[in-house]
Design a protein around this ligand. Structure first.
Ligand SMILES: Cc1cc2nc3c(=O)[nH]c(=O)nc-3n(C[C@H](O)[C@H](O)[C@H](O)COP(=O)(O)OP(=O)(O)OC[C@H]3O[C@@H](n4cnc5c(N)ncnc54)[C@H](O)[C@@H]3O)c2cc1C
Length: 389
């Protein structure tokens, strides 16, 4: 098989890159380890920046998003028993859109099928080769039969445990990591959201987040111990704990119901530098991870592939390598700002083992400052709706 760009991974980064390249006439294939149903069932992100929505619009896959997505002009911060609204729209002129990652993935998959582009699901033993040469290739097996795709470039969009980053020799890569001493226990339920906008709650018992996927489907999280297992969290215990961490009005109006998904996610910040290795590029979670507090992971995957598609278009249309030469630097500059914002939100909202006395007072002072200073609220808003590309 011969293609211009071999993309490893059919998550949001790989699928969106495929559509952006196709829109510029650059042929590509996607090799995905899992089956289609598995990829579609992963419940993850739900908050899209305006820039991400614009990219989906640009490749013509946002019709359903505009019909079903919820536009949010603000978020609420809850602390010390009351809630305060941050008006994102007033501060920045921009909003965010609530639309599940599962739906983004489905729309991109449908669009890819509609264009007749090749996606190989259940590709085993995928391996990038010779990306330091002018003739890179990717090998894989399917149903026990070996295959090879020759290409000009490889895009490693295979998430944090993928093969692309793992194929780079350790001396060529530098990594930066912060592990947080807690996780998020999340549930999805067929219940109306407790409030029309997201509630981020700082509480002595730990952080809580009330978010949603639609006006009928809610997503709630509570900070939990890394040692916890979901078996220890029957639905009743989860709802009781969530109520304790909300203000009285929210706790009283919370509609509970059986969970339809429940999982625990550990939190970490991670960045690998650089994001280019000869003719292989990393994009999305393959290169960086952020704690979900800032709602940035999927959005960073989108901005990475925007830069990458632009660079590859320049390479093919203008015979210029400037874009690919600067891809890593350009992407990392935006990545680090989102890593900072996600780390800062995480630090402000969660109980750490040492958040007692002094630490708790500092968090409250910071939250009070945020809700009483237009400048501070504008800074949060600017980052939350997404920094410009
Ligand atoms: C609980 C939770 C909540 C989140 N909330 C938000 C949020 O609100 N907002 C936000 O922006 N982000 C959020 N995120 C992060 C977001 O989900 C990720 O950043 C996003 O999925 C990254 O997309 P990606 O395509 O880079 O990677 P992935 O979605 O991980 O996709 C990588 C793909 O590569 C495939 N793959 C892996 N290894 C191989 C291999 N060897 N060969 C072939 N294929 C392979 C995988 O099967 C997968 O399909 C959240 C994440 C979690 C866990």
């Amino acid at each position: 098989m011969r293609t211009k760009v071999a993309i490893i991974g059919a998550g949001p980064a790989g699928l969106l890159l495929g559509q952006l390249l196709h829109a510029c006439g650059i042929d590509n294939i996607i090799l995905e380890r899992r089956d289609r149903g598995y990829v579609l069932a992963r419940i993850r992100a739900g908050v899209l920046e305006q820039g991400t929505v614009d990219l989906l619009d640009r490749v013509g896959v946002a019709a359903r998003l505009h019909r079903e997505g919820l536009i949010h002009d603000g978020i609420e911060l809850a602390f010390a028993g009351s809630r305060h609204r941050i008006d994102l729209k007033e501060a920045t002129g921009k909003s965010v859109t609530i639309y599940g990652q599962t739906e983004v993935t489905r729309d991109l998959m449908d669009a890819r099928d509609g264009c007749g582009l090749v996606t190989v699901y259940e590709a085993d033993q995928v391996k990038p080769h010779d990306f330091d040469s002018d003739h890179p290739r990717v090998s894989y097996t399917r149903n026990g039969v070996g295959h090879e795709a020759e290409c000009d470039f490889i895009a490693g969009c295979d998430g944090s445990h993928g093969i692309s980053r793992a194929s780079v020799k350790p001396s060529a890569i530098e990594t930066f990591e912060r592990i947080y001493p807690f996780g998020w226990l999340g549930i999805l339920s067929e219940t109306p959201p407790v409030s029309p906008e997201l509630i981020y709650s700082n509480h002595a018992r730990g952080f809580a987040l009330c978010t949603m996927r639609s006006m009928r489907r809610s997503r709630y999280y509570v900070q939990c111990s890394l040692d916890d297992h979901i078996d220890q969290w029957p639905d009743g215990r989860f709802w009781d704990e969530l109520k304790r961490r909300l203000d009285q009005e929210a706790a009283d109006s919370l509609v509970t119901g059986p969970s339809i998904e429940k999982s625990i996610a550990p939190l970490r910040s991670f960045v690998a530098e650089p994001m280019r290795f000869g003719r292989m590029f990393l994009a999305g979670d393959a290169a960086h991870i952020v704690p979900p507090t800032g709602a940035k992971g999927l959005n960073l995957a989108a901005s990475d592939v925007h830069y990458l598609a632009q660079a590859l278009r320049e390479y093919y249309d203008e015979k210029s390598s400037a874009g690919i030469d600067h891809y890593s630097e350009k992407a990392l500059s935006r990545v680090w700002k989102a890593v900072r914002f996600s780390w800062w939100m995480t630090a402000m909202m969660h109980r750490f083992p040492d958040t007692e006395g002094f630490g708790a007072r500092i968090q409250l002072a910071e939250l009070n400052y945020l809700v009483n200073s237009k400048a501070a609220a504008a800074s949060l808003s600017e980052n939350y709706v997404g920094l410009p590309y």
